[in-house]
Write a protein that binds this ligand. Structure first.
Ligand code: NDP
Length: 588
């Protein structure tokens, strides 16, 4: 007899099958070649110039987003101020510099997400902060910790090469700088490199098109918090229905003449329920509250069930049980599966509650497990489909496969548009050199892309053999979490501690051993194996390298367990103090 659970399993299987494609990550294209114009920085005035710098510093940090800033703050705390931050953008902020699309905000509560609130004595205005408030906070951190004099903005690394005789990194930039550094920290961002779907014809689209991370307010009118007044007569299309589109669509619905949302996989969208910060509560928090709250949130969303759920929001509700965890018996597994189905059923029921048209509602329902894709939370996204000017173009898992000069073509129907917006996400697990935009050269002139031709080789995702004193902050072979800033805080602490230990102990060069890299990969695979049963039912997406089954995919995985477990590895390693799994060269 077929049970309801059997039917759900079968539905999930079918939805996954529809979406699996042989090209995996290769279905996307970067802002290069024909698409270079997509990468233009809309937030700086053209014509910036400055003189080239030649200097020697203790550390060069690539990236001025939270990863780079937090590393700089940790170094500062350790008394190390001799560093440079090289940043492509015109200011600090990383993702919050680039992403200024209408409605942009952080889906993790501000009190856990916005770092250094105690140090900077800042109270977020609301439980979930807008992108502009977070960007301002980045600038606040830059000022508070006096990071601006260390920054080289609108500057990109051209070359970075290790000199084994001098035991130094030699770095050149697009502004002619020549930097020599003992340590080289690549903090290039988790969601730094935006991607476009490689749909035939997109470069021939005759209207305006851009990616959400480079919003063109000159074209749309308005500003992040002001209505886009130039869209009143325009037909606008959005490709993608992930966390970004969920925030953008309601804003477009308010101002554009017609909005077409091209959907491949629906997001699960829970209740947001934002509100102003209770000042009395905020002022009553005891010192050390933020680290505790960050940890409590991560525990609550990784199934570690803290005694008290301090955050109490959609995230902690949906992810309270880790239904993807390893269990001993089939009965336990079935119980977790049942819990997962229940949570997703509630999210599907919400679609029926909010969306008036039953056919549209059906198409907006997510059919996959709650750990497969990032759950979204928004109070206006689903309701936007009740507006007469908003049209869902569901592609039944296939995605848009053709764009004509007039607009996207789906099922033989052309949707003529004035503006086509790509809410198509970012590279997460592609090769590091590709994401960084340069290829670090290690010992004996060997580029990283060559040593990592079959995927990443690291200890903890941070150190790599033949790349002495290069410290990587990236999710590949490292942690991950609902709250990215928690992960970045742990990584920054680790990197700064490594630098400090080397300086204190006269270690001139440190790198991972190949054996330690293999052992770390075995740890990652062990944890991944435990989750394999769950992942096997997931629709593709950036969580699973688009369902990739390549050797690179097998290496470029993110630590699949709890962020706190990953952080535990780092902490135990530091506490042991024996630099296990590395080779070090000391000053003679
Ligand atoms: P995602 O990678 O999550 O979404 C990309 C979307 O594009 C998916 O819906 C994908 O469909 C769709 N897509 C790709 N190709 C096609 C195609 N050919 N036709 C139709 N659709 C297509 O990117 P986002 O920018 O939405 O989010 C990325 C991450 O950024 C989030 O997961 C989150 O971590 C972060 N973010 C965080 C926010 C926050 O509040 N903290 C806000 C916004 C983003 P499919 O699912 O089928 O692949």
């Amino acid at each position: 007899m077929t049970t309801e659970i059997d039917e759900l399993r079968e539905r999930y299987r079918q939805e996954r099958e529809k979406r699996l494609r042989d090209d995996g990550l290769a279905q996307y294209v970067a802002f290069e070649g024909d698409f270079e114009e997509f990468d233009r920085d809309p937030w700086v005035e053209p014509g910036f110039e400055r003189g080239a710098i030649t200097e020697e510093v203790t550390a060069v940090i690539v990236g001025g987003g939270f990863a780079g800033m937090l590393t700089a703050v940790e170094l500062t705390r350790l008394g190390i101020r001799d560093f440079r931050i090289v940043e492509k953008a015109g200011d600090f902020g990383g993702t919050w510099y680039w992403n200024r699309y209408p409605g942009c905000m952080c889906d993790v509560e501000s009190y856990s997400y916005m770092p250094l609130l105690e140090e900077t004595d800042y109270m977020p205005a609301e439980k979930y902060a807008s992108a502009s408030e977070i960007f301002e906070h980045c600038r606040r951190i830059g000022n508070h910790f006096d990071l601006y004099p260390h920054a080289l903005f609108q500057t990109e690394i051209e070359n970075a090469a290790w000199d084994d005789d001098e035991r130094r990194w030699h770095i050149t930039t697009t502004r002619g700088d020549r930097l020599t550094a003992r340590f080289f920290v690549t903090a290039g961002g988790i969601l730094h490199k935006a991607k476009l779907p490689g749909i035939p014809g997109i470069q021939d689209f005759a209207g305006r098109s851009f990616h959400t991370a480079r919003w063109d307010y000159d074209f749309t009118g308005g500003a992040p918090r002001e209505p886009m007044d130039k869209l009143a007569d325009m037909r606008v299309g959005v490709i993608g229905t992930g966390a970004t589109a969920v925030q953008v669509v309601p804003q477009l619905a308010r101002t554009a003449k017609e909005v077409y949302v091209f959907q491949r996989t629906p997001s699960a969208v829970g209740v947001r329920n934002n509100g102003p910060t209770d000042e009395e509560w905020f002022r009553s928090l005891e010192p050390g509250w933020q680290a505790e709250r960050m940890k409590n949130f991560t525990q609550a969303v990784t199934g570690e069930k803290p005694e008290q759920d301090l955050v109490q929001d959609g995230w902690t509700d949906v992810l309270w049980d880790a239904t993807n965890e390893t269990v001993e018996t089939e009965a336990e597994r079935e119980e977790l599966e049942r819990l997962d189905f229940e949570v997703m059923a509630k999210l599907r029921a919400r679609v029926d509650d909010v969306v008036d048209d039953p056919e549209t509602a059906e198409k907006l329902k997510p059919w996959y497990g709650k750990h497969c894709k990032r759950v979204c939370f928004h109070d206006d996204y689903l309701a936007a489909f009740n507006e007469p000017n908003v049209h869902l173009v569901d592609t039944d898992g296939v995605g848009v496969r053709e764009v004509s000069p007039a607009g996207p073509v789906v099922d033989g129907v052309t949707y003529p548009l004035d503006l086509l917006i790509f809410a198509s996400g970012f590279e997460v697990t592609t090769p590091l050199a590709q994401r960084l935009g340069f290829d670090p050269v290690g010992r004996s002139g060997r580029p990283l892309s060559e040593r990592w031709h079959d995927g990443a080789h690291t200890l903890h995702g941070v150190l790599s053999a033949d790349f002495p004193n290069m410290m990587i902050i990236s999710t590949v072979q490292a942690g991950f979490g609902t709250n990215f800033v928690h992960f970045l805080s742990e990584s920054a602490k680790h990197v700064a501690a490594l630098v400090d230990t080397c300086l204190r102990e006269g270690i001139e060069a440190i790198e991972a051993t190949p054996e330690a890299e293999d052992e770390w990969l075995a740890v990652l695979h062990d944890v991944a194996m435990g989750l394999a049963h769950y992942s096997a039912s997931c629709t593709p997406g950036y969580y699973n390298s688009e369902g990739a089954r390549t050797s690179q995919g097998a290496r470029n995985l993110v630590y699949p367990g709890s962020l706190l477990h990953y952080a535990g590895y780092l902490e135990r390693w530091r506490e042991a103090g024996d630099m296990a799994g590395t080779v070090v060269a000391r000053s003679d």
